[in-house]
Ligand binder design. Structure first.
Ligand code: PMP
Length: 405
């Protein structure tokens, strides 16, 4: 059984009041709270075990290196990559995507080539490609979405042709909650020899991701959105692709031999890890992945679906409330507006009631433009949230509406 009260006791941040009200944390899409096991791991490392990795021959350094490489194995297993060589530690989704837009872009994108993204991307999966398109005089094309916030598959078919160098797509939309049919899309792309990068920032925390089954070429995610520490992320890449790409940043750890005349680079995965890695965060993230596996990814997904259905039903019943994002397949995100009330006013009033929700464009401004709005209020719920908390949101919104009348 899924014991939410017990799970909540693992997250110290949930046990607090804001403005004299118990905190209801519905901003998990921006960042998740951390279980004690992750916090303790960081504290233990910095108190006792800290030492730089891949450098020393002394006890602490060797031990830390071992733990760091164990964390890589843990990530490999979590996403079912074929080899640890395919797991690059970065500082987050944004850095992972930029690694590919820079290196893949340098090597494979030339003038007149097309780069395909979707209409529901986070800025992190738009701007790096725009910068690349400008640098290489390439063309950025966008797959449209329908009013439910789903990719228009017929348009995708029209847009996909051999002149496209790469397709970069979010697995799950942070603004709308849509789970994209990425496996089907990857198949279509591969039929035309187009490699696919998936932005998995919002997908990884909510369910099972198997990169071999998906057959994606690259996959990016952040530790802080999956109950792990900040400043760590993952870039998965198929080994055959990563071998073909040049390094992104140069520095220590990513080299084999250096002279002023010539430098040879380290083997994968270190070729893409220049400078001192954030090894405490990588090890902390591995603990977070253990925590998720112990709860069970399927159980998490089933419980979060219950929360989504409950919240959708409850909030839709509020007069004048409009939900943006009604895809058939969604994660537990409800993005909404109350008629006649600005999203920031809604967010500020709810905040005083102890409810933490995100307001604004959610770093996905083109999504807002598509719906003709300036932003939404977003409740992003995870396994430590409860139906009682959704009731509080409902009551808060009813009160708010009365206030604004
Ligand atoms: N992509 C998506 C879909 C996201 O939700 C986010 C974070 N909001 C990012 C990319 C960027 O992640 P980070 O800031 O951790 O690099």
């Amino acid at each position: 059984m899924f014991d939410v009260q017990k799970i909540r006791s693992d997250f110290p941040a949930l046990d607090q009041q804001v403005y004299g009200k118990p905190l209801v944390y519905f901003d998990n899409g921006a960042t998740t709270l951390k279980p004690k096991v992750v916090i303790d791991t960081l504290q233990e490392i910095y108190s006792k075990r800290n030492s730089n990795v891949h450098r020393g021959i002394h006890y602490l350094s060797l031990r830390m290196t071992e733990e760091y490489e164990e964390a890589r194995k843990r990530v490999r297993k979590f996403i079912n990559a074929r080899s640890e060589k395919e797991i690059i530690f970065t500082n987050g989704t944004t850095a992972s995507i930029n690694t590919i837009s820079s290196t893949f872009g340098e090597e494979f994108v030339k003038e007149g080539d097309e780069i395909l993204i979707s209409a529901m991307e986070h800025h992190s999966n738009i701007v790096p490609w725009q910068i690349l398109a400008q640098r290489k005089a390439a063309i950025l094309k966008v797959i449209p979405m329908n009013d439910q916030g789903e990719i228009v598959m017929e348009k995708l078919d029209e847009l996909m042709h051999e002149g496209i160098r790469i397709l970069a797509l979010n697995h799950v939309s942070n603004a709308l909650g849509t789970i994209n049919p990425v496996k089907e899309i990857i198949q279509k792309a591969h039929e035309r020899n187009i490699p696919v990068l998936l932005d998995g920032a919002q997908a990884i925390p909510h369910g099972d991701v198997d990169v071999q089954d998906l057959d994606c070429d690259f996959y990016a995610f952040s530790g802080h959105k999956v109950y792990g520490p900040n400043g760590i992320g993952v870039l998965y890449g198929k080994e055959e692709w990563l071998e073909k790409l040049p390094p992104w940043q140069g520095g220590g750890d990513m080299v084999e031999k250096v002279s002023f005349e010539k430098t040879s680079f380290a083997e994968l995965p270190l070729k893409f890890e220049a400078g001192t890695a954030n090894y405490p965060a990588a090890i902390g993230m591995a603990k977070a992945l253990d925590y998720i596996d112990a709860l069970g990814k399927d159980q998490i997904a089933a419980y979060e679906k219950e929360l989504l259905d409950y919240a959708t039903l409850k909030l839709s019943a509020i007069d004048g409330l409009k939900i943006f994002g009604a895809a058939a397949n969604k994660i537990s995100i409800v993005s909404f507006l109350l008629e006649g009330i600005h999203q920031e006013d809604t967010g500020m009033v709810l905040d005083k009631m102890g409810l933490a929700l995100r307001t604004g464009t959610h770093c996905a401004e083109p999504v807002m433009t598509r719906f003709g709005i300036s932003g939404t209020v977003r409740a992003s719920m995870v396994f430590y949230n409860t139906k009682e908390e959704i009731d509080k949101l409902y009551e808060g919104l009813i009160k708010l509406r009365q206030m604004f009348r």
